[in-house]
Design a protein around this ligand. Sequence first.
Ligand code: DC
Length: 226
Amino acid sequence: MRIAIDGPAGAGKSTVAKALAKRIGFIYVDTGAMYRAIGLYLMEKKLNLHDEAPLRKALDEVELDIGYEDGIQQVYLNGTNVTSKIRTEAAGSMASQVSALLPVREKLVEIQQELGRRADVVMDGRDIGTVVLPDAELKVYFTASSKVRAERRYRELVEKGIISTIEEVEADILARDYRDMHRKHSPLKQADDAILVDSSDMTISEVLQVMIKLVAERNPEVAKLL
Ligand code: DC
């Protein structure tokens, strides 16, 4: 079974997807982490991102691997574990920029589709229900107001000791939403057959309950486990 979760930054996708995957014994695939890793790689190479030939060459040369430690996704860039390095706001912003490039999307979509063929997955991102897994058995589009999303991100950053203001975080989220929704290739949008979940006034555990119910309705094997 493939579960596709899309939505803007800070809508609670990864927290819910991770908890859901653990609960139902599926593999969680965080596709944003892949764009973040490629963003880091391309920025460190200091390439002109709009020069297609060197970009394709750099993408051919990079080795991007996904692994799991205690069920938690790890991302390896040319053999180095970059899982914590890619969690900064700067890496998120780099990811948003490189994710607009077609060669980058082609490479990552292929890896993601292969993961979806190999296992039962909960996959989150921006184009999972529309492009990566258009035949997913369950598609959900998460959203929340930009204010609520900024507050959530701000709290996460404070916990990590990163200094910022709510206003800065909200401005960054709005800029990222705009870029992700207006790019030419695979813009963020709700798939026609995706279920909309607005979590502005919901707790994470309430959203998780909604997801478990949706999965159980579609998968009797999972329903038996719950
Ligand atoms: O979910 P995230 O914040 O880790 O994602 C970082 C950026 O990567 C996001 O701004 C857009 C891009 N992205 C994408 O274009 N397609 C995906 N499937 C996942 C992420």
